[in-house]
Design a protein around this ligand. Structure first.
Ligand SMILES: Nc1nc2c(ncn2[C@@H]2O[C@H](COP(=O)(O)OP(=O)(O)O)[C@@H](O)[C@H]2O)c(=O)[nH]1
Ligand SMILES: [Mg+2]
Length: 442
């Protein structure tokens, strides 16, 4: 998915032509990528409708192009789908706090129960684990061992009615002072009888009235996640979701469907087999992962850099063609300011030999100078912008005053202008010479 989204974003940002067409193309690209990542179809279409609507309606702030803005819109829509910017609340609102874990066999319920025990234990809560899985041999011992490792209390019965075991477990652990009680359940009921499993979850939820019903799902679960979540949800309304095995290759696209189908929030993600490997869910990071980007903020930065570099090149091109005036310099400065650290700038540029020289010259300017010079240019009249030669001492004083700088600063900028102009002239002459000599300078 990494490649697909990145390519779509790249194409969007590099492209020219009608914006509306670009939006259509982008939305189509993203739709395809989300579907590939097993996100539920209806969800994909709802999301893309919102993205398209916003893309056509919203005006980006100054300094950000409509196309850049569109990338940000997609990111925001995905993040808001996952609960917005804020981290989920993990703290119990009362004690004892009872969490019932549900999910299919192998999704990681038992492991996650142990992880939660450690997580809450480390945050000062007395935790108790209840084993109700009487179907899978070894389930009891597995959870008991995890409870010991996490320093949590344990209750379990090797056989009997899981619903009643759960009830007795919660009661007993509560009486022993447990503040957080985690009930692990079976994931399979005899011969793959999902109906019975779901019915058992319904009865258990009714009997123990958990504060949270947590769906534990494997990140690799694809399209099926939505349907499955819905079925559990009908039996025992889900309040939260934990996505396990996020350390694997799967990106957890299925979680999108589960969230959409139930309205439950993703609270934690499992990132390994070890007990410590549980993280509070962070929507932004998760979306970045789903989008196949380590860090979308980084991408947005890179996007800006790329765009600024392009501006810079265009300015350099103008300069080379002889259009050296204050407007061109302003564009150059603006691009430079957006670019930030200058070492990166030069790496970014597809260094066409001649414009690069012009660019390098500009790249040696400091941040402070760029800011000053932009203020100076902003204080110039149209006439002065197009024809800086007319700027005499009197005009310099006016410009300095208007921009909060000194005459010296204005002089310095004018000297830069002259140097740039001379350099451009020299380059054009060299080029002509090369051409006369039959050498193609590009
Ligand atoms: N890599 C990885 N493996 C996990 C994670 N969570 C669980 N597992 C593994 O998944 C397998 C099934 O886990 P288990 O807790 O027994 O699933 P259950 O049947 O739902 O109780 C075990 O081998 C676990 O070690 C995780 O976050 N990352
Ligand atoms: Mg289990």
């Amino acid at each position: 998915m990494l490649e697909g989204v990145r390519k779509a974003v790249e194409r969007l940002l590099k492209g020219s032509g009608a914006y509306e067409k670009a939006v259509d193309q982008f939305v189509r690209d993203i739709q395809r990528e989300l579907l590939k990542a097993d996100v539920n179809v209806r969800l994909v279409f709802d999301l893309s409708r919102r993205v398209r609507e916003r893309a056509l309606r919203e005006e980006p702030p100054p300094g950000v192009s409509r196309r850049e803005w569109l990338v940000k819109i997609l990111y925001e829509e995905l993040v808001s789908l996952f609960g917005g910017e804020s981290e989920p609340e993990w703290r119990p609102r009362k004690t004892p706090w009872v969490m019932m874990l549900v999910g299919v066999q192998g999704s990681g319920k038992t492991t996650t129960a142990g992880k939660l025990a450690l997580y809450y234990g480390r945050r000062g809560y007395k935790v108790g684990l209840v084993s109700t899985d009487t179907y899978r041999p070894g389930a009891y011992d597995q959870l008991k061992r995890l409870a010991e490792q996490a320093g949590a209390m344990f209750y379990g019965e090797r056989s009997g009615d899981p619903v009643e075991i759960a009830y007795r477990g919660v009661k007993e652990l509560a009486s022993r002072g447990a503040e957080v009680i985690i009930v692990d359940t079976a994931g399979r009921h005899g011969e793959g009888e999902e109906e019975k499993l779901i019915e058992e979850m319904r009865l258990m939820a009714k009997r123990i009235k958990p504060d949270e019903v947590v769906l534990v799902m494997d990140a690799a679960m694809g399209q099926r996640a939505g349907k499955l979540a819905e079925r559990f949800h009908k039996a025992a309304p889900l309040t939260s979701i934990i996505v396990t095995k996020m350390d694997g290759t799967a990106r957890g696209g299925g979680a999108l469907s589960a969230v959409a189908a139930t309205g439950a929030r993703v609270k934690f993600i499992g990132t390994g087999e070890k007990l410590e490997e549980l993280e509070l869910f962070n929507p932004r990071r998760f979306v970045a992962r789903i989008m196949g980007m380590g860090d979308i903020e980084g991408l947005l930065d890179r996007v800006k850099t790329a765009m600024a570099a392009q501006d810079l090149e265009e300015a350099a091109d103008d300069i080379l063609k002889g259009r050296v005036n204050m407007r061109v310099i302003y564009r150059q400065l603006k691009a430079l300011r957006k670019l930030g650290p200058l070492s990166k700038v030069l790496q970014m540029l597809p260094l066409a030999p001649l414009p690069a020289k012009v660019t390098e010259e500009a790249a040696s300017l400091g941040e402070e100078k760029i800011r000053k010079w932009m203020a100076i240019i902003e204080s110039m009249t149209y006439e002065e912008l197009d024809n800086p030669e007319i700027i005499d001492r009197r005009r310099m004083r006016r410009i300095a005053l208007g921009s909060g700088t000194t005459v010296e600063d204005v002089k310095e900028l004018l000297a830069y202008y002259k140097a740039l102009k001379a350099m451009a002239k020299r380059m054009r002459r060299d080029r002509r010479l090369l051409r006369r000599l039959g050498i193609d300078a590009g």
